[in-house]
Each structure stands twice: as structure tokens, then as C-alpha cells.
Design a protein around this ligand. Structure first.
Ligand SMILES: [Fe+2]
Length: 424
């Protein structure tokens, strides 16, 4: 079909593409180009690599995969392939500088939008049907933007992002019991989705799983609770840690969550986007790895939820009520978002912090890789543990109750915390 498509579906795709781009550019705008070009941490890419990689991915999937254009530069297939160069090496590659990356992103976007008006999103072609491949590219950009937020946090005292100074909704935290719980009846739970148009392959297909009755915390674990674990010597007692976790804790000399600093007896500060501030006890803890989350859970006499448990507890959470999309540049205090209550009454399951589960990243029964193996399939295995729910830095377009994120159990620069589960 060569007609011009101005359908509602096409208009929605344009709006989501443009909203993602506005957010990415607004995030980077205050960061000096020299900081966008440098390597902030071994764990992260230069910010200008991320931006050009976003553009290259868009060119690959929204132009080249749709037979709609030639490569801008054949060298980019190597330079911007995340599998060919580890993050710590990218700074030494002949990558585009920040201005070049911005120009590349703008050029690709103009070509994408010009082509989009010729695309029939109702076509019976899996890549474009319901805008799937556009949704994939939109989510990819949002996911990289969250990674860039983590890079900006890792700049430490060297750079204070101006948007983070505008923490909204400060004021007294609600007086709620941080340890409140919700009962979750057991039974058959539907895990994943077969109908959500922009869901990734790893969320598919929907399938029934049996879950025993259990109890889940109403809120994510707060800084105040985590500080009790630290004060009780939790980081110094191998009984709370797995063997691998203890080895890591010892090697990395971990004594508290990342970005915390002791300010004397039972007092902590945290560094948040270049500014040091009192640690807010009522906010969910973040910047803990899976090993620390798991150790905290054992110390508490509880455990991390499995993925099916997490998804059962999250069912019915209204995404619009969640702290997502860098509205606040921090998690929100527990009890401050009662409108996020799920069907069983658990709050803040979406937004605020990613929540570590006890599950390793595995294929669902009936999994089919689509549209490429390197999105999910190559990561399946025991090396990665699954995180759920999205963080304050994640965009609502890339968060849903079925969404699965994964990372190494030692990673703590991500905006991750935890929520406790208990046997009934
Ligand atoms: Fe990527």
C-alpha cells in the first residue's frame, strides 16, 4: 500500500516516538558535552555513545528492517553494536561526538517520520502489526535514557543535574507502618501476556502458573528499615548471605547501599545527582544489588518474591498513579501513593524502585524469539536475576506488570530495591 496513513495508530506512534526523544534530549541538555563524551564508570558507556546507539537502533529497525533506507555509515554497525564492544571500551572507539550524535539522531528521526506515513500498521506483517517494531524502538530509547540517568548519578559530586534539584512533593512522609503486609490468596495466576501489543518476546505467551498462598509487604523496603540491617551488622555477618554474595561483599568491601555515607551515630546521608542530603527514612531503599537484597530478606526472616508471586501481587496496579518518568528524581515515600494499590492492596509495585525477585531469567513455556535473539534469548540462564515494576527513572511506556528486567546480582548502580515476601 502506498497511500498516506494518518490513522489514529500512526498518530500515536508519532507521539510516542517524539515524546521519547524530547525526554532524552531534555535529560542530556544540561550535561556539558565534555561530560557526555567521557567515561564516567567502567560499568557505563559515554552518554554520546548511548544517544548514537539509540539512533542506530532506530535506523536498523524502523528503516533498514522495513526496506526503507540504506545505512548512514557502514562503520556504525560495528561501533554501535552493544555486543561487539563492552561498555568500558566504547570511550576509545572512533564514536560520534555529542554534536555528531545529536545530528545523527535527528537525521534518522526525520527519515523515520517520512517513511511512517507510508506504513499500514494494520497490515498482517508481525513487525509492523499494531506498531510492534515502533513500540520496541520507543521502549529501547526509554530504557537507554534510564541507563543514562544512572550514568549521570555515577558522576557523583562532579555534576549536579538541575532537574534533580526540583524534587517535588517534599513534605512530611505519611505516617504508615513500613512493615504492613497484604495476604495474597493462592491459586492459578496468569503470568505474562499474549495480547499487549508492545510487550517483548520474554513476556510472552500468557500462561497459567500455580501459586501457593503467601504474604507480601504492602510497600517496598524503606531506607529506615535497611539502616536497621546495617546497624545490626548485617553486612558483617555471613549467615545472612549466600556464598557468592558473601564473597562479593568481601571483595567489594560493601558496608551499606551505594551512595550512602555515615554521618555519625545512626545518621546517614546520601549523594543524589551531585548533592548530598539527609537520607529520607520513608523512601524505598535503592542502589542495592540482588546479593544485598537477598541478605536483607534473610536477616528479616523473610524472602524475595518469585516472579509469579510478584506478578500476582501487582495485578490491577494502575500505571497512571505510579512514580515513573522522572517526575520526582527519587522514589516517593511509602504510603504517599495509595492510588497505586493493586487488587490485593500492595502499593507502589510499579514505579519508585525496580524490585529484585528470587527468580533467574528464564523463557516462559512456549517462548518464541521475536524479532531477534539478542533482545532476550541470549540472556536466559542462571547468571541474571529478574527485576520487576520499573523505577522512578523508567518511562510508563516501558513499564507494565508483565515487564521483565534482568541484571547481574552484583549490580547496584541501577535504581533497584526490594519488597519482602513471607510464607503464609
Ligand atoms: Fe540498546
Amino acid at each position: 500500500m502506498t497511500a498516506t496513513h494518518t490513522s489514529l495508530a500512526n498518530a500515536r506512534v508519532v507521539e510516542e516516538l517524539e515524546r521519547a526523544r524530547r525526554a532524552t534530549l531534555a535529560l542530556l541538555a544540561p550535561v556539558p558535552d565534555a561530560d557526555q563524551r567521557r567515561q564516567v564508570s567502567e560499568l557505563m558507556s559515554p552518554l554520546c555513545w548511548d544517544l548514537a546507539h539509540i539512533a542506530h537502533y532506530e535506523e536498523l529497525w524502523l528503516l533498514r528492517a522495513l526496506d526503507a533506507g540504506a545505512p548512514t555509515d557502514p562503520r556504525f554497525d560495528d561501533l554501535y553494536d552493544a555486543f561487539r564492544h563492552p561498555r568500558r571500551e566504547r570511550v576509545d572507539l572512533p564514536i560520534l561526538d555529542p554534536a555528531g550524535a545529536r545530528a545523527f539522531a535527528a537525521e534518522v528521526r526525520a527519515r523515520t517520520l517520512a517513511h511512517l506515513v507510508t506504513v499500514d500498521l494494520d497490515a498482517d506483517e508481525p513487525l509492523v502489526h499494531d506498531g510492534f517494531v515502533y513500540g520496541m524502538v520507543v521502549q529501547h530509547e526509554h530504557q537507554h535514557a534510564e541507563t543514562m540517568v544512572a550514568t549521570i548519578q555515577l558522576m557523583g559530586e562532579a555534576f549536579a543535574h538541575p532537574d534533580a534539584a526540583l524534587v517535588r512533593e517534599r513534605g512530611p512522609a505519611p505516617a504508615v507502618d513500613h512493615r504492613a503486609t497484604c495476604a495474597v490468596p493462592g491459586g492459578t495466576v496468569v503470568l505474562g501476556t499474549s495480547t499487549e501489543p508492545w510487550a517483548y518476546d520474554n513476556e510472552r505467551p500468557a500462561h497459567a502458573v500455580e501459586v501457593a498462598p503467601f504474604v507480601i509487604d504492602r510497600y517496598p523496603v524503606t531506607n529506615a528499615r535497611f539502616a536497621e540491617f546495617v546497624a545490626d551488622g548485617g553486612y558483617a555477618d555471613p549467615r545472612h548471605w549466600t556464598g557468592a554474595g558473601w564473597a562479593w561483599r568481601t571483595e567489594a568491601a560493601l558496608a551499606h547501599p551505594q551512595f550512602w555515607r555515615s554521618e555519625g551515630a545512626a545518621t546517614w546521608s546520601r549523594l543524589r545527582f551531585g548533592r548530598r542530603e539527609d537520607l529520607p527514612g520513608s523512601e524505598p531503599v535503592q542502589h542495592v544489588g540482588w546479593f544485598e537484597a537477598d541478605a536483607f530478606a534473610r536477616w528479616s526472616g523473610a524472602r524475595l518474591p518469585t516472579e509469579p508471586e510478584w506478578e500476582a501481587a501487582a495485578e490491577g496496579t494502575p500505571v497512571a498513579a505510579a512514580n515513573l518518568g522522572r517526575r520526582r528524581w527519587a522514589p516517593s515515600p511509602v504510603g504517599s501513593r495509595p492510588a497505586t494499590a493493586s487488587r490485593v492492596g500492595a502499593e507502589q509495585m510499579l514505579g519508585d524502585v525496580w524490585e529484585w525477585t528470587s527468580s533467574t531469567f528464564a523463557a516462559y513455556p512456549g517462548f518464541r524469539s521475536f524479532p531477534y535473539r539478542e533482545y532476550s534469548e541470549v540472556f536466559f540462564g542462571d547468571e541474571y536475576t529478574v527485576l520487576r515494576g520499573g523505577s522512578w527513572a523508567a518511562d510508563p511506556a516501558a513499564v507494565r506488570t508483565t515487564f521483565r528486567n534482568w541484571d547481574f546480582p552484583i549490580r547496584r548502580q541501577i535504581f533497584a530495591g526490594l519488597r519482602l515476601a513471607h510464607d503464609a
